[in-house]
Design a protein around this ligand. Structure first.
Ligand code: DC
Length: 221
């Protein structure tokens, strides 16, 4: 087996990152976090003062910036994308720049190149619908918005970021709205995706469930 793509999509806080990493490790697959790419690009454009409505400016910057994926890590102009992309601010910026067609065009192309001929778990919002429509397995994770806010709050708190639960809940609702309503590549399950509600499930349970789907797949050998 040369290529096997597992698309893991879903809203913020649905458990995508934790589940995808564990799954990739368990199966010995590579792992691609496309949200990290949107976060890094959004911070980069924002730092350069390029507004969301300047499509031409964005296109120029994205055509010239060197984006690479080496050993599971994402690099912009040779610099590894670090912890700064994990802040609530970077998440909000990513969601805003992710609406812009030219941003999606560049990142979608790069994501397809990276995943080509690989065994890979690819995590995002539009992997099963747009980036890898022929993925061998498509999973859409969801959870109640309150549970997702609790998870995000715990995660940010552990990293020392001071932010209230109510603020996170508000931000998540705004992001869900923006990510689901945008005209291109909106957040929604692919027609052939398996939807898993993780509200009352532990990480191991979710991973086990997905592994069972993988093993049932005719291409899995
Ligand atoms: O998964 P995340 O929280 O790291 O994603 C950050 C934002 O990036 C998210 O709000 C929407 C955007 N995104 C996207 O539009 N398409 C993807 N494939 C991944 C992320």
């Amino acid at each position: 087996m040369e290529k096997f793509h597992i698309a893991i999509d879903g809203p913020a806080g649905s458990g995508k990152t934790t589940v995808s990493k564990r799954l990739a490790e368990y199966l010995g697959f590579d792992y691609l976090d496309t949200g990290a790419m949107y976060r890094a690009i959004a911070l980069f454009l924002n730092e350069r003062g390029i507004p969301e409505d300047d499509e031409q400016g964005i296109d120029e910057v994205l055509s010239s910036v060197k984006m690479e994926f080496r050993n599971g890590k994402f690099f912009l102009n040779g610099r590894e994308v670090g912890l700064e992309i994990r802040t609530a601010k970077a998440g909000a910026l990513a969601s805003r720049y992710a609406k812009i067609p030219v941003v999606r065009k560049h990142l979608t192309r790069l994501q397809r190149e990276i995943a080509d001929s690989r065994k890979m778990v690819v995590e995002g919002r539009d992997i099963g619908t747009v980036v890898l429509p022929d993925a061998e397995l498509k999973i859409f994770l969801t959870a109640s918005v309150e549970e997702r806010a609790r998870r995000r709050w715990r995660e940010l708190k552990e990293k020392g970021e001071e932010i209230s639960y109510d603020e996170i809940l508000k931000q998540l609702k705004e992001r869900d709205e923006r990510d689901s309503r945008r005209s291109i590549a909106p957040l929604k399950p692919a027609k052939d995706a398996v939807v898993i509600d993780t509200t009352d499930m532990g990480v191991d349970e979710v991973v086990e469930k997905i592994v069972n789907f993988v093993k049932e797949n005719p291409k899995w050998k």
